[in-house]
Design a protein around this ligand. Structure first.
Ligand SMILES: Cc1ncc(COP(=O)(O)O)c(C=O)c1O
Length: 322
């Protein structure tokens, strides 16, 4: 399952998923599915909220769920519109974000879901390394397989999808340690950034500079490294602290915290983003390899978080090369 939320389901990139014929497209925002052009089944990754049930029924084929009350609403809405909706039941194996934690609740939920006329139980899944930072192992993912077997024998059914996590499960997959029976991973960061997320290792034969940021230099001057005057609060209500490094050569870039966290930018040059306000990023270019002029473009490689916020910002122009 290829995840599209990190690039806000930009249609040009969805078209690549279409071309590659991934099995599913996953996104956490219902808004991203509304205008998406694809024939690939759409999977809502964030548990549906009660206020978006109708949208979920109409714009997604499958949703991840852990609350019986929500599935009941999905069942009712699907029935009202003459539709069927498919669900994957999420099980919390210890990361402590979404998922059923209590075994009895799990079996009771399965029992009730199987009785619902307009809901199809497509499978079970889990999510790790998101809130708790818990790394997938043969041990914890093995528990998912044991639940699959127990559910299948208790209810005499066959679960089609066993979704064993996100990009943090890739390390197990690549090292042939993913427990047998897991037949689905929901992959975001690894697809856009070529990185597994259990240990942060880059994956062979992938690229980590598919998304880059180009920012325009709007000022370039030598200035002291410590502000002059009595220091109060900065633009975000924090009292800033500065190390005196003498006069530095500083570039001012035409984007700011509203677009991206400057600490998440990885320079190609030996320069350092040192601070930001809403609409400006300040970069120390005293030790740069390149020589810059006002009007020049400064380029950065990106992290997952910076791709996410830059793609979300309407102030950032998206250019596609290739
Ligand atoms: C439930 C769920 N599954 C999968 C993913 C994809 O995670 P990753 O980008 O680490 O592959 C996310 C987050 O985007 C998620 O919330």
């Amino acid at each position: 399952m290829a995840v599209s939320k990190v690039f806000c389901a930009d249609q040009k990139l969805i078209d690549i998923y279409n071309e590659e014929q991934v099995d599913f497209i996953g996104d956490s925002r219902i808004e991203n599915f509304r205008d998406m052009k694809t024939d690939i089944p759409k999977v809502l990754l964030r548990l549906p909220s009660h206020g978006e049930i109708d949208d979920v029924i109409h714009h997604c084929d499958i949703s991840l769920n852990s609350e019986l009350s929500t599935i009941k609403l999905l069942n009712y809405a699907a029935g009202t519109h003459g539709l069927k909706h498919e669900v994957i039941l999420m099980i919390d194996l210890g990361d402590l974000r979404e998922g059923i934690f209590d075994e009895n609740e799990l079996f009771d939920t399965v029992k009730q879901v199987l009785d619902m006329e307009h809901i199809v139980l497509r499978g079970i899944g889990t999510n790790l390394t998101c809130y708790g930072g818990v790394i997938p192992t043969p041990d914890n993912l093995g528990k998912l397989i044991r639940y699959k077997e127990e559910i299948e024998s208790k209810f005499d059914i066959s679960l089609e999808i066993i979704s064993g996590g996100n990009s943090s499960s890739l390390d197990l997959l690549l090292n042939n340690k993913l427990p047998e029976g897991i037949n689905n991973l929901r992959l975001g960061e690894s697809v856009v950034l070529g990185r597994e997320t259990a240990y942060g290792d880059y994956i062979d034969n992938t690229y980590n500079d598919v998304f880059t940021l180009e920012a325009s230099i709007i000022e370039l001057k030598h200035k002291p490294s410590v502000p002059i005057g009595q220091i109060g609060m900065d633009a975000f209500g924090k009292v800033p602290h500065f190390e005196d490094r003498g006069k530095r050569f500083r570039a001012l870039l035409a984007l700011g915290k509203q677009d991206v966290d400057h600490r998440q930018l990885i320079p190609f040059d030996t320069i350092k983003p040192i601070g930001a306000s809403s609409d400006h990023i300040i970069v120390d270019v005293s030790e740069s390899i390149n020589s810059y002029e006002v009007g020049d473009i400064m380029s950065f490689r990106l992290t997952y978080g910076s791709i996410l916020s830059l793609m979300t910002s309407k102030y950032v122009t998206k250019d596609y090369i290739g």
